[in-house]
Design a protein around this ligand. Structure first.
Ligand code: F0G
Length: 425
């Protein structure tokens, strides 16, 4: 089996810990940890062929778009049965109208909202809950803006674990809360922000023997990193020029970067795309840090209608920075108005997503306008959550909603008049 361990990301420390552990920070210096492997050399063509052949297999691991790539996840013993709901295997579709709207680029949307609970979190949760079970965890917990908690609740139910979530009171989408409750999670609603909820959870977790499944748990990122393998496979292993995604706690960009690094090191792909991470203007501490080069300053009262990324203290920023530096990446910030326009552009291509996801596309347009993404570039955007995660966002746009609909009696003449009104010649 490939040797695997936990390693501190700080270059001045680099301390190594055994894998069978629920440690999420370096005991020596407090930095974040990576799951690290000593991969043996592989024959890239054979590995790509093996992954593709598994698409026709009945093994539940092969029907998961995460575990199909299990050579990239050798933290789990080959005999262990992962906790899976058939995650991954999500569509990559071109969005031509959106590409023209953004400034004449080719945009490919990788829709991670098409996962079992409707967000990319499922890719990480199958890995993290499988590791938690292997570590003997009984109760899992997270702080969340809504998607992590729905995903945790589903995978915990699947594994027979109890789940507790800390969420900001009245600040997450109702559909997300409903999902978690249906899966049996216990909900603690904090009068405060996501950052307050995360701080409280961390303060009480050690005493309560809770197993944390936030993205500071490095096993989460292991699952999420497989999205890049799937994207590359769907593109015949031709890397796009750019890979753009929204940033909140900055776990996902860290996961994508790690996945790319490993695939390049294994020789499975020859070059990585440049990563572009996009934050909402009212919750953009990492954007400011990147732009000014000054130490990261938390945003005490993060504000954006894209509630999934309303985060003022992104825990994974050092990992995100490492991955952006490695790929020659960039960071952008966008207003809520720009997010709304991007969401409408995607809708014109028949693609729905939750507001936070559309930030990636809004960022691509801004980077095109600034000349930092050239016209004609091949851009892959990660859509992180399903359109129906936040229907209230659509319903709040009352005028547009009302203009699109008419209520009539069950009468033919009324139907004719309604058609004339809605579809004028
Ligand atoms: N998009 C959506 C839909 C999200 O739910 C999140 C994060 C992000 C983007 C940002 O990803 O944190 O890895 O940078 N949601 C977390 C949650 C925080 O609790 O559901 P990130």
């Amino acid at each position: 089996m490939t040797p695997a361990y936990l390693r501190c990301i700080s270059s001045g420390c680099g301390k190594v810990f055994p894998l069978a552990s629920s440690r999420f920070a370096c005991e020596n210096c407090g930095s974040l940890l990576d799951v690290a492997y000593e991969f043996a050399p592989v024959e890239p063509a054979a590995l790509r062929k093996l992954w593709r052949e598994r698409l026709g297999s009945e093994d539940p691991r092969d029907q998961s778009g995460v575990w199909r790539f299990r050579e990239l996840l050798p933290f789990l013993a080959p005999t262990a049965v992962p906790v899976t709901l058939g995650e991954g295997g999500t569509p990559l579709v071109e969005a031509p109208r959106t590409g023209r709207w953004a400034g004449g680029v080719r945009i490919w949307a990788k829709h991670l909202g098409a996962n079992p609970t409707g967000s990319f979190k499922d890719l990480g949760m199958t890995a993290c809950i499988s590791a938690a079970v292997a570590n003997g965890a009984r109760v899992v917990a997270c702080a969340s803006t809504g998607n992590t908690s729905s995903s945790m609740a589903a995978y915990a139910a699947r594994a027979g674990l109890a789940a507790v979530m800390f969420v900001p009171f009245q600040a997450i989408a109702a559909a997300k809360l409903a999902q978690a409750v249906e899966f049996g999670a216990r909900v603690i609603e904090v009068r405060g922000s996501f950052d307050d909820a995360f701080r409280l959870l961390r303060a009480v977790a050690a005493r309560s023997a809770l197993h944390l499944v936030n993205s500071t748990n490095p096993f989460r990122l292991e699952g999420q990193k497989t999205a890049v393998a799937e994207i590359l496979e769907q593109r015949g292993w031709r890397a796009p020029d750019f890979l753009a995604l929204p940033g909140g706690n900055l776990g996902n960009v860290s996961a994508m970067g790690k996945g790319l690094r490993e695939l390049v090191a294994l020789g499975v792909m020859d070059r990585a795309p440049r990563l572009a991470v996009v934050q909402a203007e009212g919750a953009a501490p990492f954007y400011k840090h990147w732009k000014t080069g000054e130490p990261i300053q938390p945003v005490e009262h993060p504000e954006t209608e894209a509630s999934a990324i309303r985060i003022g203290r992104p825990a994974n920023w050092p990992k995100a920075r490492r991955e952006l530096e490695w790929t020659g990446g960039m960071v952008e910030s966008v207003t809520d108005g720009e997010i709304e326009e991007a969401k409408a552009a995607l809708a014109s291509d028949g693609i729905g997503c939750e507001p936070a996801s559309a930030a990636s596309v809004a960022g691509v347009r801004k980077l095109c306008r600034a000349g930092r993404i050239p016209a004609g570039a091949d851009v892959c955007v990660i859509l992180t959550g399903h359109q129906l995660k936040d229907p209230d966002y659509i319903l709040r746009r009352r005028e547009r909603f009302e203009a699109a609909r008419v209520v009539i009696d069950a009468d033919e003449e009324a139907a004719r008049r309604a058609l004339e009104a809605l579809l004028p010649a």
